[in-house]
Design a protein around this ligand. Structure first.
Ligand code: NAI
Length: 462
């Protein structure tokens, strides 16, 4: 038993970042984590391992499709799946050990085990009960499945199982054309699996700019992914390690099915707050399972805060990190703030897809006058040189004031390019501000500047 200023429950991106910032602000801090390694879903079974597999399989794609064009002759590499998984694990270990080092450096105690809150100001881990002036719930989320589907993490898997399959399946059905489905679907399609994505809606990646979404689906189809759109999956039957996915087409209510060796269920995630004992300490929940908080991330119980996937908002590691830092500032008596208007989102396929701010669809609905500047990567010299001229940058600005309202990019390095616009938006910049900023040549970022120029007198290379 020990006394702390702050105990953070959960060692994912929200929790560990919060713990580090608390310690930096002079608070005696502990972080409770029940996994064998720190870093939560993101580092262990999410963002980081999926990026390792996306990187490895992108290299394979380059070898198979582009090497010969550049005069690099020879047999394409064959896939050693066991070694690819070892590489993925080494990437995970390197990152999670890094967080352990940061905890030591900042004198944060890692309380190993699953935490609960027996009463206000106390956190129980195993048999030990610790005192804490403030408690931060950063317990994240877990995959949410559908009724009629039993996950066994072998034949019918969530993103967790999809990152560690025993072998590369010949066929895979992905349920849900969201971020996870498309990233992991891309990985297995590049590894030779016959991948079919079954999606309830008529467009992939719900909430994304419509033009980007259409273009993205076209590009993924060219890469070999098949799509069944407007189809509500109603169940999965597994017999002799073969799965049959049953669905109903929304347009005519006809039923159909599709067989696959592996089924990935990627229909969203839900907050994970099991076993915390929140009810007992008066923490109110929202109808969809999130912890209810006020504008300073405090729950309905004084001294208990909540952040990240466990509360409302997009389930993104960087949103959780920002909330982690901000709540630490609040607890330390400072002014923590998160600008929810400027949270980028990225899909790490090839090409990458990134967006921030408003979509055209949302602006139309609000009746706001806007203008669009668009620039295709076909006009970008660097993109052409690396066979990545598919895609475009779309910048949206206020029609009267020219203030940037949003940006949507599909193309090379989109996940990095978007941050120029994030900074611009934080400073309330106009499209002209970006257009007047010198951009190095030849870089992909010139496409962002050209889109900004297109909001004014016109792009140069269009
Ligand atoms: P998602 O919410 O992005 O997509 C789920 C898809 O499943 C939707 O398109 C939905 O219409 C579809 N769906 C739902 N029920 C269905 C049914 N019965 N039949 C057919 N389709 C159905 O969820 P996803 O991809 O599982 O990701 C979960 C969370 O993790 C998201 O909040 C996402 O933002 C986050 N994430 C973010 C990543 C990134 O930023 N790169 C990477 C991975 C996850």
């Amino acid at each position: 038993m020990a006394d702390y200023d702050v105990i953070v429950i959960g060692g994912g991106p929200g929790g560990y970042v919060c713990a580090i910032r608390c310690a930096q602000l002079g608070l005696k801090t502990a972080c409770v984590e029940g996994r064998d390694s720190l870093g939560g879903t993101c580092l262990n079974v999410g963002c980081i391992p999926s990026k390792a597999l996306l990187h490895a399989t992108h290299q394979l794609h380059e070898a198979e499709h582009n090497f010969a064009k550049m005069g690099l002759k020879g047999k394409s590499p064959s896939v050693d799946w066991k070694q690819m998984l070892t590489y993925k694990q080494e990437v995970i270990d390197g990152n999670t050990k890094g967080i352990e080092f940061l905890f030591k450096k900042n004198k944060i105690d890692w309380l190993k085990g699953w935490g609960s809150i027996p009463e206000a100001g106390k956190v129980k881990v195993g048999e030990d009960v610790h005192n804490a002036k403030s408690i931060v719930i950063a317990t994240g989320s877990e995959p949410s499945s559908l009724p009629g589907i039993e996950i066994d993490e072998k034949t019918v898997v969530t993103s967790t199982g999809a990152l560690s399959l025993n072998k590369i399946p010949k066929s895979m059905v992905v349920i849900g054309a969201g971020v996870i489905g498309l990233e992991m679907g891309s990985v297995y399609a590049r590894l030779g699996a016959d991948v079919t994505v079954v999606e309830y809606l008529d467009a992939i990646t719900p909430g994304m700019d419509g033009e980007v979404s259409k273009n993205f689906q076209k590009i993924l189809s060219k890469q070999g992914l098949k799509f069944v759109m407007g189809a509500a999956v109603q169940g999965v039957d597994v017999k002799n390690s073969k799965a049959t996915v049953n669905y109903q087409l929304r347009k005519d209510e006809s039923n159909a099915s599709i067989e696959a060796e592996t089924v990935l269920v990627a229909t969203g995630r839900k907050p994970y707050t099991d076993g915390l004992g929140l009810e007992g300490v008066g923490v109110e929940m929202l109808p969809r399972g999130q912890v209810k908080t006020d504008a300073h991330w405090q729950t309905s119980a004084k001294g208990i805060y909540a952040i990240g996937d466990a509360v409302t908002g997009p389930m993104l590691a960087h949103k959780a990190e920002d909330e982690g830092m901000a709540v630490a500032e609040v607890i330390a008596g400072k002014h923590g703030h998160v600008n929810y208007e400027v949270i980028p989102s990225v899909i790490y396929t090839t090409p990458e897809v990134a967006s921030v701010g408003q979509t055209e669809e949302a602006l139309k609905q609000d009746g706001r006058a806007y203008k669009v500047g668009k620039f295709s990567f076909m006009g970008n010299g660097r993109a052409k040189a690396v066979f990545q001229s598919d895609g475009f940058v779309k910048l949206i600005a206020d029609k009267e004031t020219d203030r940037i309202l949003g940006c949507h990019i599909i193309g090379p390095g989109a996940g990095d390019l978007i941050h120029e616009i994030c900074v611009a938006m934080e400073f309330g910049a106009s499209a002209q501000d970006v257009a007047l900023t010198c951009h190095a040549h030849p870089t992909f970022s010139e496409a962002v500047r050209e889109a900004a120029l297109a909001c004014g007198d016109g792009a140069i290379h269009a």
